[in-house]
Ligand binder design. Structure first.
Ligand code: HPA
Length: 271
């Protein structure tokens, strides 16, 4: 991690306060930063390359309305064959660079029948069904404790502010529980019925390991899912990645608008 940190520091003097991770097809927010330095992941030592279509693969450090932020446009997923260490590498580097808050975005399937395609959902909690954790193995005590608490993983203070901002902007923002699965196949209808029964409202293939790693390092987290499709078996049609990207593109503007108004609130909450 040290080499990556040194590389980023050599390219930008900005000391980010907030880290943002942009999911599939949701990369537009990175273009909003001023005085930005863009670092393709390929130029940062040890940074995992994202192979998923729709993921740009760059770290953008800059200022957003005077706020120092670091934006990861694209992320590594377990289904790409990356190790857990690689999947959470970006989160840990940003935490080491000093971010006090992480805002994750992702594309997700909607399980809750009250959601519709294109909805934005504030994640209130998660269910880890990836069969692993970024914290397995000897604990690195310099990062955090062996058994970190996860009872406020998706920060209640951030969520309160997010709900208020969405209301002010007239943006509908549901709230729900995100189930993180390994993928890369989409779920079967039976799996979706199971996920609904255990209390999941959303399903996706990311975010959960990153939030665990961030909470381990005592970084406060928020996550917003874009319901790019209704989950398997709900509608009489198949799910495909093109649809996920198309919906992401359609919702991008609304998400950028929400993030623009939300980041100053998150900054106020952590400083
Ligand atoms: N399932 C899992 N991950 C997803 C989905 C889905 O339906 N849509 C977008 N990411």
């Amino acid at each position: 991690m040290q080499k990556a940190i040194e590389h980023i520091r050599s390219r930008s003097r900005v000391q980010p306060l907030i880290g943002v991770v942009l999911g599939s097809g949701l990369g537009a927010f990175a273009d909003e930063l001023s005085d930005r330095i863009e670092m393709p992941y390929s130029e940062i030592p040890d940074w995992p390359q994202s192979t998923a279509v729709g993921h740009a693969g760059k770290l953008v450090v800059g200022s957003f309305g005077g706020l120092p932020v670091a934006v990861m446009s694209g992320r590594a997923h377990l289904y790409e064959g990356h190790s857990m260490d690689k999947v959470v590498f970006g989160t840990r580097v940003l935490a080491r660079l000093g971010v006090k808050a992480m805002v994750y975005t992702n594309a997700a399937g909607g399980i809750n029948l009250s959601y519709s395609q294109g909805a934005l959902v504030l994640v209130s909690d998660h269910i880890n069904l990836q069969g692993s954790s970024p914290l397995i193995g000897p604990n690195d005590d310099t990062l955090g404790p062996r058994f970190p608490d996860m009872s406020d993983a998706y920060d209640a203070g951030f969520r309160k502010r997010a709900r208020a901002v969405a209301e002010r902007l007239g943006i509908a923002l549901n709230e729900g529980v995100y189930a993180g699965l390994l993928g890369p196949s989409y779920e079967t209808p039976a799996e979706i019925r199971y996920l609904r029964a255990i209390g999941a409202d959303l399903v996706g293939m990311s975010t959960v390991p990153e939030v665990i790693a961030a909470r381990h390092m005592d970084v406060r987290c928020m996550a917003i899912s874009c319901v790019t499709n209704m989950a398997a078996g709900i509608l009489p049609r198949k799910i495909n990645h093109e649809e996920v990207l198309e919906t992401g593109a359609r919702v991008r503007g609304r998400l950028v608008h929400l993030l623009q108004e939300l980041l100053p609130e998150v900054a106020a909450e952590v400083s």
